[in-house]
Design a protein around this ligand. Structure first.
Ligand SMILES: *Cc1c(COP(=O)(O)O)cnc(C)c1O
Length: 306
């Protein structure tokens, strides 16, 4: 599957003489969108090969990965189990589903949940915890949190194709680093990959180095996490809304909005040479907008108008 590259036309870019395109991976599928489709593809094929009939994975209450896994499970005939951070959400499933469209949709796609405390969630990758899950649910194919493993990276290597050879920079939002690792592996020789972490902290460099040991064609830009994962402010919201008005491209507030804000800011600060060509990957995540808007509403902040 291949997505289109859409030209992004905003004033600051035209003035700088730079070409900016966005690869619309968000259009691959309304629910299994963007990089989560790429990351699941070879994992689902593997689960099928080994005869697994259940997929289990982990995520937060608004996780794009959980949303994609539930839909993919339904579409390709797997049972799905989501181990979700926050035991308070398990107190009343009815209330939780009423207040959370991500989980509601996953539930309607057949996913069953196990809600666990934040302390347990931190230990979720230990052998004991996994063994206890196998006791409870029987055998399952384990997809790691955020979906990142070797097969996920293989899937993300398919994001770039021959038609993308002319770009000088490939920009992408980064969470666990799986998606950028795929791009690092499949980039053409003179291309540079810029990652925009949505989390605070520098641990991601180590992670990506482990995943792509022989490569040095990449760099992380740490200035645009807005305080950390899923943290946003009014500046970011108005940027996302104006960007949508000007380009018709919807951005999500957790990943692609921050990346694009960063790219626009870096263009303004002359980080990129005149006439350079940038391809920004739209990794999807749009399902998370309604959940974010509910939180913004409670805080009396302006909403994302998409
Ligand atoms: C999950 C996600 C990412 C981060 O991908 P990683 O492979 O974990 O780095 C980026 N963008 C969107 C929209 C996502 O949902």
């Amino acid at each position: 599957m291949e997505s289109r590259n859409q030209s992004v036309v905003i004033d600051s870019i035209e003035r700088a003489g730079i070409t900016l395109h966005m690869k619309r991976e968000d259009e691959l599928h309304p629910f299994i969108s963007g990089n989560k489709y790429r990351k699941l593809k070879y994992n689902l094929l593997e689960a099928n090969t080994i005869g697994a009939n259940t997929l289990l994975s982990f995520g937060g209450a608004y996780s794009n990965h959980i949303s994609a896994l539930a839909y993919a499970g339904k579409k390709f005939g797997f049972k799905t189990i989501g181990v979700i951070r926050g035991d308070e959400l398990g107190e009343s499933l009815e209330t939780t589903l009423k207040n959370n469209t991500t989980l509601k949709q996953a539930f309607e796609n057949g996913m069953r949940f196990k809600f666990i405390s934040r302390a347990h969630y931190r230990n979720k990758q230990t052998d004991d915890f996994i063994a206890a899950l196998r006791e409870e649910f029987g055998n399952f194919y384990l997809v790691p949190e955020g979906g990142t493993n070797a097969l996920a990276i293989k899937g993300c290597e398919e994001i770039l194709t021959e038609k993308d050879q002319d770009y000088d920079f490939i920009c992408v939002a980064a969470g666990t680093g799986g998606t950028i690792s795929g791009l690092i592996n499949s980039a053409f020789d003179r291309q540079k990959i810029l990652g925009f972490p949505s989390l605070k902290g520098v641990f991601l460099e180590d992670e990506i180095e482990k995943l792509t040991p022989v490569k040095n064609n990449w760099k992380l830009i740490h200035n645009y996490h807005f305080g950390g994962y899923a943290k946003i402010n009014e500046n970011l919201i108005s940027f996302i809304n104006e960007f949508y008005e000007q380009t018709t491209i919807p951005l999500d507030p957790v990943y692609t909005g921050k990346m694009m804000f960063g790219i626009a800011d870096m263009i303004k600060n002359k980080y990129f040479n005149k006439n350079c060509k940038i391809l920004a990957i739209h990794t999807g995540g749009l399902q998370g907008i309604s959940g974010m808007n509910q939180r913004l509403l409670k805080k009396n902040l302006p909403l994302i108008n998409i």
